[in-house]
Design a protein around this ligand. Structure first.
Ligand code: HEM
Length: 398
């Protein structure tokens, strides 16, 4: 690595996950953090320590008793922040929700969605193919995850996807004072959705029936509110995350014709392409935890009540577990990363996300085998605890 750029020097003591540097120099910042700054300190909001290497991130993520999620995943929450469940819970209540939600997102359940997911992806590409160009995020990546989730798992009207997407984007990346009002609109919308479903007859055990049936909390039925927070989590976590990963995959293939040709020659490397995509284009950059017992991690002394951030995006680029980590490498035998989390909060939708990324790549390159980023139009990003590509302008011969 070259000498530490001067403009990264402040990150060790004055880290801010919302630093605009993260949006514009994501790779450089992550490389710097992993190499030079295994534990960064932040004074933003309540203040927190950031773990940037695989070993410490994994340890904290697995030890939920010491590193609790109950105070929320947000490092600098906006006033009146709204919880998402099961993300903002600890076992055993967390485990109860995962027990009833997991079956809808198992590898087998998701496998059954391949044909419709492929059909949606094919239709989206067919729409833009004749025009020779597109803005890939809006025209494709922001649509596929909502189509699959809402039409096949959680039956929210697809027509409302753009509205929900917009408010989730404001919540994730908007001005601080706009975040809670935007998420409140999503919450109110989903509360009404759930109320309507509660008045209707059961649909034979779909995910909404299961959420409405609820689980026990401390031996008593959980509250209505908790059920709304669960629907909120699935919708929030299931849309923009996969949108970013799909955009990342197609960007990587557009920017590197040799990579694209290699994948076209060896479609059996698709699994590795998907893992490399989530590793390098991690939509969940970092999550927060609260320390519940004095301890030492990575040489850092932590006290009960401290907040810590697990930098999943950085840990996925730790050379300890991934050689030449900045490289999108189709030949890796095993892709070790933390992009879907580690431990009890490991992503509920990981199989679904993988399916959507895979069919997106397959259907796109099948119909548009040669494509490139429009000259002078490098993609732009928004970054914080989450990351998203705002715009990806592509063109191809027709
Ligand atoms: C590439 C796409 C995705 C990535 C990279 C991703 C990443 C993550 C990560 C890192 C976590 C763990 C957070 C923590 O440790 O606190 C997580 C949790 C979660 N994800 Fe995903 N996610 C993706 C897509 C999805 C999809 C498609 C869904 C559902 C439709 C989903 C639903 C959830 C839920 C509900 C949780 C909370 C799980 C819990 O707390 O037990 N995610 N995700």
């Amino acid at each position: 690595m070259s000498d530490t750029p001067e403009r990264y020097a402040h990150l060790a003591r004055k880290f801010d996950i919302d630093d605009p540097l993260f949006a514009t120099e994501f790779e450089g910042v992550l490389e710097h953090l992993v190499a030079r700054c295994p534990v960064a300190h932040s004074e933003v909001g309540p203040g927190y320590r950031v773990f940037n290497r695989y070993r410490e991130v994994r340890r904290c993520a697995q030890d939920w008793r010491t590193f609790s999620s109950a105070d929320g995943w947000m490092l600098n929450p906006p006033p009146g922040n709204i919880a998402i469940l099961p993300e903002d819970l600890d076992p055993p209540y967390h485990t109860e929700w995962r027990r009833v939600l997991n079956p809808f997102f198992s590898a087998a359940a998701v496998q059954a969605l391949e044909a419709p997911a492929r059909a949606y992806a094919g239709e989206l590409v067919a729409r833009v193919a004749p025009q020779g160009h597109c803005e890939f995020v809006a025209d494709f990546a922001a649509q596929l995850p909502g189509l699959v989730l809402f039409k096949h798992i959680l039956p929210v009207p697809v027509d409302d996807l753009p509205m929900l997407f917009k408010d989730i984007d404001i919540y994730s990346f908007g001005p601080m004072q706009a975040r809670t009002p935007a998420f409140e609109r999503v919450y109110v919308y989903l509360q009404r959705f759930l109320e309507t479903r509660a008045r209707e007859p059961s649909r034979g055990g779909d995910i909404v029936d299961v959420i409405l049936a609820g689980v026990e909390r401390d031996g008593a039925p959980c509250s209505w509110d908790d059920k709304v927070h669960v629907v909120l989590d699935v919708v929030f976590a299931g849309l923009a995350t996969t949108t970013h990963a799909i955009s990342g995959a197609i960007y990587a293939l557009a920017a590197d014709p040799a990579l694209r040709a290699a994948l076209q020659r060896a479609p059996d490397r698709m699994h590795t392409a998907v893992e490399e995509t989530v590793r390098l284009y991690a939509p969940v950059v970092a999550v927060g935890r609260s320390v519940r017992a004095d301890c030492e991690v990575g040489g850092e002394q932590l006290r009960t009540g401290d907040r810590v951030a697990l930098n999943y995006a950085a840990a996925s680029r730790d050379p300890e577990v991934c050689a030449d980590p900045a490289r999108f490498d189709l030949e890796r035998q095993e892709v070790v990363h933390t992009a879907f989390g580690v431990g009890p909060h490991r992503c509920l939708g990981e199989h679904l996300a993988r399916l959507e990324i895979r069919v997106a790549i397959e259907e796109f390159i099948a119909r548009i085998p040669e494509f490139e980023v429009e000259p002078g139009k490098q993609p732009s990003y928004e970054s914080g605890q989450l990351r998203t590509m705002k715009e990806l302008r592509l063109r191809w011969p027709t």
